[in-house]
Design a protein around this ligand. Structure first.
Ligand code: SF4
Length: 447
């Protein structure tokens, strides 16, 4: 049996997909991927640096490996944005770490592990595209496909440009080849990934624009197309129209806003203001009335006044997001905002976080309740702990499905109930492609 490797991942979908690449590279080199560190000869932590909390979680898990090392020989490697930013300082700082790798260069991992058996080592590679390597995918339903790597926006609080380098678009033919391959292999959905997918092709004009790429990916015949993450300064009418014109492009958009205050958006170097953000969400809904928005928000950014925060509260009232991911500001190394005094008291950050969460819970419940009595097309993605099948509607809402179905099935669900985070209902039957239930058939079903 080959050397057993356990991979644990923190952070964004880009990191999740990179762990699929790491698993693919190691499996091709004869390693065996196992589920728990207790079974592993090599443990790999693909770490995240976007928030202090994420980093602390990884250091917490390092302790568990240190305990295991006291019982038997185990190699520990730390990578991803955490490895890229800290590099060999991690080796000096944490005795139980044997090797450190970066946010790319995963193809060199087999050699690095062999080297680490002899000496502790850190190897940070230049950011190159990894996805030409074999990928060991977690899902048999949704295939994640990288379209851009890195980011050149330099939002003042964000460490990504320092960890993943400038934005680089992946050659279009490689993307379409990967989507085609997923289609042939029976995948039902692709999720196009990038820190800012809307800027696809801006560094390589010959690759074409994101709207063109989206239309070409949809034309491959894959049943559903999703993409994340979008940026308000780059989303456009052209992209909305490309979404609306391809029936298999899902009507969900993760449009990270971060704050409702123009002063905060300026201090964050987000390059748009509140009015622009709202205008884009209104335009999106004018073109697709059933378009479901989700977003990211930061509370407690340096200098955030009560009035700034109230502007964030009125923004969530105005846009009525399906989902909001909100975090307390924490200064990140190398970022410009880390030079600013972190002057919002922890108690105020906590209170603002709670206010956003509690108001958003009510909005989500009110928005979800609009679907009671409707029939929705749902792609079955998994089985919940309670044994219920669950899946996603076209607009990304989670639907708990009562009845028989298999992973990857498209079923029609009659919505009978809702909660803050999901809808629930009975499976009426398999979806018949002719009459899809929730899309384009009833634009009035939107707002
Ligand atoms: S757009 Fe801003 S927040 Fe998003 S990855 Fe780039 S720098 Fe970070």
């Amino acid at each position: 049996m080959g050397t057993r490797v356990c991979i644990e991942t923190w952070g964004c979908q880009m990191n999740l997909h990179q762990s699929e690449v790491i698993a693919g590279v190691l499996t091709s080199a004869g390693y065996v991927i196992v589920d728990s560190l207790e079974q592993a000869d090599v443990v790999i932590f693909n770490g995240c640096m976007v928030r202090q909390l994420a980093e602390e979680k990884v250091f917490g898990r390092i302790g568990a490996v240190a305990d295991e090392k006291r019982k038997r020989p185990v190699l520990l490697g730390v990578g991803g944005c955490m490895g890229q930013i800290h590099g060999d300082a991690l080796i000096r700082r944490v005795a139980s770490i044997d090797f450190v790798f970066g946010a790319s260069g995963h193809h060199a991992l087999p050699a690095l592990i062999e080297q680490a058996k002899g000496q502790r080592v850190a190897a940070l590679a230049e950011p190159i595209f990894e996805s030409e390597w074999s990928v060991q995918r977690q899902s048999a339903v949704t295939g994640m496909v990288t379209i851009t790597e890195g980011c050149s926006n330099f939002c003042s609080y964000c460490i990504v440009p320092y960890a993943r380098g400038p934005m680089r678009s992946r050659p279009r033919d490689l993307i379409l080849k990967e989507v085609d391959d997923l289609c042939q292999r029976g995948y039902k959905e692709v999720l196009l990934l990038g820190q800012n997918v809307n800027s696809y092709g801006t560094d390589q004009p010959s690759y074409g624009s994101f709207a063109e790429l989206l239309t070409q990916v949809a034309a491959t015949g894959i049943r559903r197309v999703r993409f994340t993450t979008s940026h308000p300064k780059d989303i456009s009418e052209t992209i909305f129209l490309a979404m609306a014109q391809s029936p298999n492009v899902c009507h969900h958009l993760h449009l990270a806003c971060q704050s409702g205050s123009d002063d905060m958006l300026r201090a964050m170097n987000r390059k748009y203001d509140r009015d622009h953000y709202i205008a884009m969400t209104d335009l999106g809904r004018k073109i697709m009335p059933d378009l479901n928005f989700s977003t990211d928000l930061i509370v407690g950014f340096p200098g955030e006044t009560d009035a700034d925060f109230e502007a964030t509260m009125t923004l969530i009232e105005r846009v009525r997001f399906g989902t909001v991911f909100v975090a307390k500001y924490s200064p990140r190394p190398m970022t410009r905002s880390a030079e600013l005094p972190d002057d919002v008291p922890a108690s105020v950050k906590e209170e603002r976080l709670d206010r956003v969460l509690s108001r958003q819970r009510m909005i989500a419940l009110e928005e979800n309740s609009r679907f009671v009595g409707q029939d929705l097309d749902v792609l079955v993605e998994g089985v919940s702990r309670s044994g219920l099948m669950y899946g996603r509607a076209d607009d990304h809402r989670t639907v708990m499905c009562l009845g028989e179905a298999a992973l990857g099935d498209f079923v029609v669900v009659h919505v009978e109930g809702t909660s803050v985070s999901s809808l629930s209902g009975s499976i009426l039957g398999q979806e018949n492609l002719e009459g899809s239930h929730d899309r384009h058939s009833d634009p009035e079903s939107g707002r």
